[in-house]
Design a protein around this ligand. Structure first.
Ligand code: NAG
Ligand code: NAG
Ligand code: NAG
Ligand code: NAG
Ligand code: NAG
Length: 217
């Protein structure tokens, strides 16, 4: 096989491993042939897409949390979803996935309502950004962000619009070692950094509950 064909194949397999946020729409396309080549999903916190970009308006999201729809291209991946408050967020210091999730299957994953933490200091009109991080079994992380504006009257996606592909499901990962459970979960809570991830992953013990999201919803 020629070097060109090889590079094409490499590019194709790399592109396949990336992921997209379908709803709320990502801040900018970091996927596929239309993407701005200065962006890379390997870049923390938002694939290199600046927080002050105004090309994609923030999506209205309910104050208690809204729908999230991802397009996943891995056979399985760990999933961390974090939230930052403000119009130009660099600090994603609220986690929406404690413990993190293990997502199996490639295709669409739709979460009908991703609940925001109780007591979050938000009101009608608060700007926020979601950070979605996928982490492979080898610890490598990919990042994407989507911007929202929390709104009193905003609604979640209708049932028919929020359907996961067959075989795509998530299960919470059980984290925490002897006596350090709270700490381990606290680590998982902040946005993912290389060192933290190693700690989280080495303390993964077992899965607690297995559930399927978006099925028949
Ligand atoms: C690509 O992204 C950079 C940084 O956000 C921006 O300055 C530039 O205008 C973008 N180019 C296109 C073609 O969108
Ligand atoms: C957006 O932020 C970048 C740095 O993060 C800055 O260089 C740029 O001037 C900002 N653009 C606007 C329009 O504020
Ligand atoms: C994703 O699923 C499609 C069809 O279900 C399959 O053809 C493809 O090989 C899968 N990709 C990966 C990376 O598992
Ligand atoms: C999160 O970060 C924001 C802005 O940096 C700060 O105002 C807020 O107090 C932080 N919240 C927590 C729980 O750390
Ligand atoms: C996550 O799911 C994959 C595929 O089902 C599995 O191989 C892996 O062991 C799981 N990880 C954990 C921590 O359960």
């Amino acid at each position: 096989m020629g070097i060109q064909a090889f590079l094409l194949l490499m590019a194709a397999s790399l592109a396949e491993a990336h992921f997209g946020i379908e709803y709320p729409p990502m801040r900018a396309n970091t996927l596929g042939s239309q993407q701005n080549t200065t962006y890379s999903q390997w870049t923390n916190p938002c694939a290199g897409v600046p927080g002050n970009l105004t090309t994609t308006p923030p999506t209205p999201w309910p104050l208690t949390g809204g729908s999230l729809k991802l397009s996943l291209h891995h056979p399985w991946t760990y999933l961390f979803i974090n939230l930052g408050l403000g119009p130009d967020v660099s600090n994603f210091n609220y986690t929406l996935t404690t413990p993190p999730w293990n997502s199996t299957g490639n295709g669409t994953l739709c979460v009908p309502r991703l609940a925001l933490p109780a007591g979050l200091p938000v009101r009608d009109g608060t700007r926020a950004s979601l950070q979605v991080v996928t982490v492979g079994g080898d610890g490598s992380a990919l990042y994407n962000c989507a911007d929202v504006v929390l709104r009193e009257g905003a609604e979640v996606l209708a049932g028919g619009e929020c359907v996961s592909s067959e075989g795509v499901e998530v299960a919470p990962v059980r984290v925490g070692g002897a006596g350090a459970e709270g700490d381990a979960e606290g680590n998982a809570a902040s946005s993912v950094r290389g060192g933290d991830m190693a700690a989280v992953m080495s303390s993964v013990v077992a899965l607690v509950v297995v559930f399927v999201l978006g099925m028949g919803g």
